[in-house]
Design a protein around this ligand. Structure first.
Ligand code: FEO
Length: 169
């Protein structure tokens, strides 16, 4: 049985993961407009990963005999329009998600739920990977600057990303 505070915190994080999915869907549309199919593919994979993150927690709450409560998902707040601006926001967003996973683990610690802490370890490791992969693309975009040929090459590289359904927990 999940402590009520922890159940609420899981539900809040499910909402944030679904918001992430929605945010990246909005960003995918920006890159479709820019005619950059590799970036579109990168965001398509990102969208699927965020759904998997949300569903991992959704299923876990049920497994622990908790109750899932779905709230409204905010409109995606996309600030920039260039690849560099968008990826700066992606990194900022992933750092925020990392801080929320840490906060969720704080609650699990406070209510002494070691099983939940062990489950959430996967998310913590995933965030390290997310920040690293986004940081890599961002570093490339900074190097590229206004070089259209280099942007074209990066787009080709991002076209190779594939979604591997994660085994969570
Ligand atoms: Fe679900 Fe990108 O963090």
């Amino acid at each position: 049985m999940l402590d009520k505070r922890l159940e609420d915190a899981f539900n809040d994080q499910i909402n944030k993961e679904l918001y992430s999915e929605y945010l990246y869907l909005g960003m995918k549309a920006i890159f479709a407009d820019l005619n950059l199919p590799g970036f579109v593919n990168w965001f398509d994979v990102q969208v699927q990963e965020e759904r998997a993150h949300a569903m991992g927690m959704f299923d876990y709450v049920f497994e622990r005999n908790g109750k899932v409560v779905l709230e409204a998902i905010d409109r995606p707040d996309i600030k920039g329009s260039t690849p560099l601006e968008v990826f700066e926001q992606v990194l900022e967003h992933e750092e925020y998600v990392t801080s929320r996973i840490n906060a969720l683990m704080d609650v699990a610690e406070e209510v002494k739920d070691r099983a939940a802490l062990s489950f959430l370890d996967w998310y913590l490791k995933e965030q390290v990977e997310e920040e690293s992969s986004v940081g890599g693309v961002l570093a490339n975009l900074k190097l590229i600057g206004d070089d259209k040929k280099a942007l074209f090459m990066l787009d080709k590289e991002l076209a190779a990303r594939v979604f591997n359904p994660p085994v969570i927990g």
